[in-house]
Design a protein around this ligand. Structure first.
Ligand code: AMP
Length: 280
Protein backbone atom coordinates (compact mmCIF):
# COMPACT_ATOMS: atom_id res chain seq x y z
CA UNK A 1 0.00 0.00 0.00
CA UNK A 2 2.77 2.40 1.05
CA UNK A 3 4.70 1.58 -2.13
CA UNK A 4 1.65 2.28 -4.28
CA UNK A 5 1.15 5.61 -2.54
CA UNK A 6 4.78 6.53 -3.13
CA UNK A 7 4.37 5.68 -6.82
CA UNK A 8 1.52 8.14 -7.27
CA UNK A 9 3.07 11.04 -5.41
CA UNK A 10 4.03 13.61 -8.04
CA UNK A 11 7.40 15.30 -8.26
CA UNK A 12 7.08 18.98 -7.33
CA UNK A 13 8.79 21.59 -9.50
CA UNK A 14 9.67 24.67 -7.48
CA UNK A 15 10.84 27.99 -8.90
CA UNK A 16 10.78 30.27 -5.86
CA UNK A 17 12.47 30.28 -2.46
CA UNK A 18 9.10 30.56 -0.70
CA UNK A 19 7.74 27.48 -2.44
CA UNK A 20 10.86 25.55 -1.49
CA UNK A 21 10.56 26.67 2.16
CA UNK A 22 6.94 25.64 2.27
CA UNK A 23 7.54 22.26 0.65
CA UNK A 24 10.38 21.35 3.00
CA UNK A 25 8.77 22.57 6.21
CA UNK A 26 9.10 19.93 8.95
CA UNK A 27 10.88 17.39 6.74
CA UNK A 28 14.01 15.81 8.16
CA UNK A 29 16.83 13.88 6.50
CA UNK A 30 16.65 15.83 3.24
CA UNK A 31 19.12 14.78 0.52
CA UNK A 32 20.34 17.43 -1.91
CA UNK A 33 21.90 17.07 -5.36
CA UNK A 34 23.00 20.45 -6.76
CA UNK A 35 23.43 20.44 -10.56
CA UNK A 36 23.67 22.73 -13.55
CA UNK A 37 21.31 20.48 -15.51
CA UNK A 38 21.78 18.67 -18.83
CA UNK A 39 21.55 15.57 -16.72
CA UNK A 40 23.44 12.38 -17.51
CA UNK A 41 24.20 9.08 -15.80
CA UNK A 42 26.78 10.77 -13.55
CA UNK A 43 24.09 13.02 -12.05
CA UNK A 44 21.66 10.08 -11.95
CA UNK A 45 24.06 8.05 -9.79
CA UNK A 46 24.15 10.88 -7.21
CA UNK A 47 20.35 11.20 -7.28
CA UNK A 48 19.85 7.45 -6.81
CA UNK A 49 22.15 7.52 -3.80
CA UNK A 50 20.19 10.39 -2.28
CA UNK A 51 16.85 8.65 -2.92
CA UNK A 52 18.23 5.56 -1.19
CA UNK A 53 19.70 7.26 1.89
CA UNK A 54 17.32 10.20 2.48
CA UNK A 55 13.61 10.74 3.26
CA UNK A 56 13.19 13.31 0.49
CA UNK A 57 15.46 14.37 -2.33
CA UNK A 58 15.85 17.87 -3.75
CA UNK A 59 17.66 18.28 -7.08
CA UNK A 60 18.52 21.84 -8.07
CA UNK A 61 19.14 22.98 -11.62
CA UNK A 62 20.90 26.32 -11.81
CA UNK A 63 23.56 27.38 -14.30
CA UNK A 64 25.40 29.69 -11.96
CA UNK A 65 26.80 32.72 -13.84
CA UNK A 66 29.16 33.59 -10.96
CA UNK A 67 31.25 30.48 -11.42
CA UNK A 68 31.97 31.08 -15.10
CA UNK A 69 35.15 33.03 -15.69
CA UNK A 70 34.27 33.29 -19.37
CA UNK A 71 30.98 34.78 -20.62
CA UNK A 72 31.02 32.75 -23.81
CA UNK A 73 31.41 29.52 -21.85
CA UNK A 74 28.33 30.49 -19.76
CA UNK A 75 26.30 31.21 -22.91
CA UNK A 76 27.39 27.97 -24.56
CA UNK A 77 26.79 25.79 -21.50
CA UNK A 78 24.28 23.07 -22.54
CA UNK A 79 20.74 23.57 -21.23
CA UNK A 80 18.09 20.90 -21.54
CA UNK A 81 15.39 21.61 -18.99
CA UNK A 82 12.53 19.62 -20.59
CA UNK A 83 14.61 16.47 -20.89
CA UNK A 84 15.95 16.95 -17.35
CA UNK A 85 12.44 17.14 -15.90
CA UNK A 86 11.48 13.94 -17.73
CA UNK A 87 14.51 12.14 -16.27
CA UNK A 88 13.82 13.40 -12.75
CA UNK A 89 10.14 12.40 -12.92
CA UNK A 90 11.12 8.91 -13.99
CA UNK A 91 13.53 8.67 -11.05
CA UNK A 92 10.71 9.76 -8.69
CA UNK A 93 12.68 12.66 -7.27
CA UNK A 94 10.55 14.54 -4.72
CA UNK A 95 11.48 18.16 -5.51
CA UNK A 96 13.23 19.93 -8.36
CA UNK A 97 14.33 23.45 -7.54
CA UNK A 98 14.81 25.62 -10.64
CA UNK A 99 15.54 29.14 -9.38
CA UNK A 100 16.38 32.14 -11.54
CA UNK A 101 19.29 34.47 -10.73
CA UNK A 102 17.07 36.72 -8.57
CA UNK A 103 15.94 33.87 -6.35
CA UNK A 104 19.55 32.92 -5.68
CA UNK A 105 21.18 36.33 -5.40
CA UNK A 106 18.36 38.39 -3.82
CA UNK A 107 19.53 37.52 -0.31
CA UNK A 108 20.63 40.45 1.86
CA UNK A 109 23.26 38.10 3.10
CA UNK A 110 26.47 39.30 1.43
CA UNK A 111 28.78 36.37 1.02
CA UNK A 112 32.43 37.00 0.33
CA UNK A 113 34.53 33.91 -0.27
CA UNK A 114 38.33 34.14 -0.29
CA UNK A 115 40.49 31.23 -1.30
CA UNK A 116 43.84 31.20 0.48
CA UNK A 117 46.95 31.18 -1.73
CA UNK A 118 47.66 27.51 -1.05
CA UNK A 119 44.30 26.60 -2.67
CA UNK A 120 45.02 28.47 -5.90
CA UNK A 121 46.11 25.34 -7.72
CA UNK A 122 44.71 23.20 -10.56
CA UNK A 123 41.38 24.71 -11.71
CA UNK A 124 41.59 27.50 -9.11
CA UNK A 125 44.80 28.70 -10.75
CA UNK A 126 43.45 28.55 -14.29
CA UNK A 127 39.83 29.66 -13.75
CA UNK A 128 40.03 32.85 -11.70
CA UNK A 129 37.03 33.30 -9.40
CA UNK A 130 35.51 29.93 -10.36
CA UNK A 131 35.57 28.24 -6.95
CA UNK A 132 34.69 31.47 -5.16
CA UNK A 133 31.51 31.41 -7.32
CA UNK A 134 30.89 27.72 -6.64
CA UNK A 135 31.30 28.09 -2.85
CA UNK A 136 29.13 31.23 -2.83
CA UNK A 137 26.24 29.49 -4.62
CA UNK A 138 26.64 26.35 -2.49
CA UNK A 139 26.33 28.45 0.69
CA UNK A 140 23.17 30.11 -0.68
CA UNK A 141 21.63 26.79 -1.80
CA UNK A 142 22.49 25.02 1.47
CA UNK A 143 20.89 27.87 3.45
CA UNK A 144 17.70 27.37 1.44
CA UNK A 145 17.50 23.55 1.30
CA UNK A 146 19.00 22.80 4.75
CA UNK A 147 19.90 19.26 3.72
CA UNK A 148 21.29 16.53 5.97
CA UNK A 149 23.37 15.26 3.10
CA UNK A 150 24.67 16.82 -0.11
CA UNK A 151 25.72 14.39 -2.84
CA UNK A 152 28.67 15.45 -5.01
CA UNK A 153 30.80 13.75 -7.66
CA UNK A 154 34.52 12.89 -7.54
CA UNK A 155 34.58 13.89 -11.20
CA UNK A 156 35.04 17.43 -9.84
CA UNK A 157 37.43 16.38 -7.10
CA UNK A 158 38.88 19.80 -6.24
CA UNK A 159 35.36 21.25 -6.06
CA UNK A 160 34.28 18.38 -3.80
CA UNK A 161 37.13 19.00 -1.32
CA UNK A 162 36.70 22.79 -1.25
CA UNK A 163 32.90 22.67 -0.89
CA UNK A 164 33.22 20.03 1.84
CA UNK A 165 35.61 22.24 3.78
CA UNK A 166 33.46 25.39 3.56
CA UNK A 167 30.02 23.81 3.92
CA UNK A 168 30.76 21.38 6.74
CA UNK A 169 32.35 24.21 8.73
CA UNK A 170 29.30 26.48 8.34
CA UNK A 171 26.37 24.02 8.31
CA UNK A 172 25.35 20.68 9.80
CA UNK A 173 25.04 19.19 6.28
CA UNK A 174 27.44 16.39 5.37
CA UNK A 175 29.00 16.11 1.91
CA UNK A 176 28.74 12.59 0.49
CA UNK A 177 31.30 11.90 -2.24
CA UNK A 178 30.23 9.74 -5.17
CA UNK A 179 32.39 7.84 -7.67
CA UNK A 180 32.95 9.14 -11.21
CA UNK A 181 30.69 7.49 -13.79
CA UNK A 182 32.34 6.81 -17.18
CA UNK A 183 31.04 5.71 -20.56
CA UNK A 184 32.14 2.45 -22.16
CA UNK A 185 35.23 4.20 -23.57
CA UNK A 186 36.24 5.33 -20.06
CA UNK A 187 35.41 8.97 -20.76
CA UNK A 188 34.00 10.61 -17.60
CA UNK A 189 30.42 11.68 -18.27
CA UNK A 190 29.98 15.44 -18.34
CA UNK A 191 27.31 17.84 -19.60
CA UNK A 192 30.03 19.48 -21.69
CA UNK A 193 30.56 16.23 -23.64
CA UNK A 194 27.45 17.11 -25.65
CA UNK A 195 29.46 20.00 -27.13
CA UNK A 196 31.98 17.56 -28.65
CA UNK A 197 31.68 15.93 -32.05
CA UNK A 198 31.94 12.16 -32.53
CA UNK A 199 35.67 12.19 -33.33
CA UNK A 200 36.50 14.32 -30.31
CA UNK A 201 34.41 12.12 -28.01
CA UNK A 202 36.40 9.15 -29.27
CA UNK A 203 39.66 11.02 -28.75
CA UNK A 204 38.68 12.04 -25.18
CA UNK A 205 37.97 8.36 -24.41
CA UNK A 206 41.42 7.42 -25.72
CA UNK A 207 43.05 10.08 -23.53
CA UNK A 208 41.22 8.73 -20.46
CA UNK A 209 42.28 5.15 -21.24
CA UNK A 210 45.85 6.30 -21.84
CA UNK A 211 46.02 8.01 -18.44
CA UNK A 212 44.41 5.08 -16.58
CA UNK A 213 47.10 2.83 -18.05
CA UNK A 214 49.87 5.35 -17.30
CA UNK A 215 48.83 5.54 -13.64
CA UNK A 216 48.71 1.75 -13.40
CA UNK A 217 52.24 1.50 -14.84
CA UNK A 218 53.76 3.99 -12.43
CA UNK A 219 51.79 2.68 -9.46
CA UNK A 220 54.48 0.18 -8.57
CA UNK A 221 57.01 2.80 -7.60
CA UNK A 222 57.50 6.45 -6.84
CA UNK A 223 58.06 8.63 -9.85
CA UNK A 224 59.60 11.91 -10.84
CA UNK A 225 58.30 15.27 -11.98
CA UNK A 226 60.03 14.63 -15.30
CA UNK A 227 57.94 11.52 -15.97
CA UNK A 228 54.72 13.52 -15.64
CA UNK A 229 56.10 16.36 -17.78
CA UNK A 230 57.09 13.91 -20.51
CA UNK A 231 53.63 12.33 -20.39
CA UNK A 232 52.06 15.77 -20.77
CA UNK A 233 54.20 16.49 -23.85
CA UNK A 234 53.47 13.04 -25.29
CA UNK A 235 49.70 13.46 -24.92
CA UNK A 236 49.75 16.94 -26.45
CA UNK A 237 51.61 15.69 -29.48
CA UNK A 238 49.70 12.41 -29.88
CA UNK A 239 46.19 13.85 -29.57
CA UNK A 240 46.85 17.45 -30.69
CA UNK A 241 45.44 18.92 -27.51
CA UNK A 242 46.35 21.80 -25.26
CA UNK A 243 46.86 20.56 -21.70
CA UNK A 244 46.35 23.17 -18.99
CA UNK A 245 47.70 20.91 -16.26
CA UNK A 246 48.65 17.30 -15.66
CA UNK A 247 49.65 16.82 -12.04
CA UNK A 248 49.80 14.10 -9.42
CA UNK A 249 48.49 15.28 -6.06
CA UNK A 250 47.70 13.83 -2.65
CA UNK A 251 43.96 13.21 -2.60
CA UNK A 252 43.63 14.27 1.05
CA UNK A 253 45.11 17.77 0.79
CA UNK A 254 45.91 18.26 -2.91
CA UNK A 255 49.61 18.80 -2.25
CA UNK A 256 51.95 17.79 -5.10
CA UNK A 257 52.88 14.15 -4.66
CA UNK A 258 55.50 11.79 -6.05
CA UNK A 259 53.94 8.71 -4.49
CA UNK A 260 51.09 6.84 -6.08
CA UNK A 261 49.61 5.82 -2.71
CA UNK A 262 46.76 8.17 -1.75
CA UNK A 263 47.34 10.22 -4.89
CA UNK A 264 45.31 11.14 -7.91
CA UNK A 265 46.37 12.37 -11.31
CA UNK A 266 44.52 15.52 -12.36
CA UNK A 267 44.13 16.76 -15.93
CA UNK A 268 42.48 19.75 -17.59
CA UNK A 269 42.74 20.15 -21.35
CA UNK A 270 41.12 21.76 -24.35
CA UNK A 271 39.66 19.71 -27.14
CA UNK A 272 38.40 21.94 -29.94
CA UNK A 273 37.96 24.86 -27.51
CA UNK A 274 35.95 22.70 -25.08
CA UNK A 275 37.61 22.45 -21.65
CA UNK A 276 37.51 18.98 -20.09
CA UNK A 277 38.69 17.89 -16.63
CA UNK A 278 39.20 14.46 -15.12
CA UNK A 279 41.11 12.67 -12.39
CA UNK A 280 42.35 9.08 -12.03
P1 AMP B 1 27.34 19.77 -12.74
O1 AMP B 1 25.93 19.70 -13.23
O2 AMP B 1 28.36 19.50 -13.80
O3 AMP B 1 27.62 21.00 -11.93
O4 AMP B 1 27.50 18.55 -11.73
C1 AMP B 1 26.64 18.36 -10.64
C2 AMP B 1 27.20 17.27 -9.77
O5 AMP B 1 27.31 16.06 -10.53
C3 AMP B 1 28.61 17.58 -9.24
O6 AMP B 1 28.70 17.16 -7.89
C4 AMP B 1 29.50 16.76 -10.14
O7 AMP B 1 30.72 16.40 -9.56
C5 AMP B 1 28.63 15.54 -10.38
N1 AMP B 1 29.04 14.84 -11.60
C6 AMP B 1 29.22 15.37 -12.83
N2 AMP B 1 29.67 14.43 -13.70
C7 AMP B 1 29.79 13.29 -12.98
C8 AMP B 1 30.22 11.96 -13.29
N3 AMP B 1 30.61 11.62 -14.52
N4 AMP B 1 30.21 11.04 -12.31
C9 AMP B 1 29.82 11.38 -11.06
N5 AMP B 1 29.40 12.60 -10.69
C10 AMP B 1 29.39 13.55 -11.63
Amino acid sequence: MFYLLKYFIQMKILFRNNDLNEALLGISNVGFVPTMGSLHKGHISLIKKSLYYCNKTVVSIFVNPKQFNNKDDYKKYPRNIKKDIKILKKLKVNYVFIPNKNQIYNSKNRIKVYLPKKDKILCAKHRKGHFEGVIDVMIRLTEKVKPSKIFMGEKDFQQLLLVKRYIEKKFKSKIVSCKTIRDKNKLALSSRNSLLNKDDLFKAGKIAKDLILFKKRISKKNFSKKKILNKKKELEKKYIINIEYLEMRDKRNLQISYKVNNSKMFIAYYLNKIRLIDNF
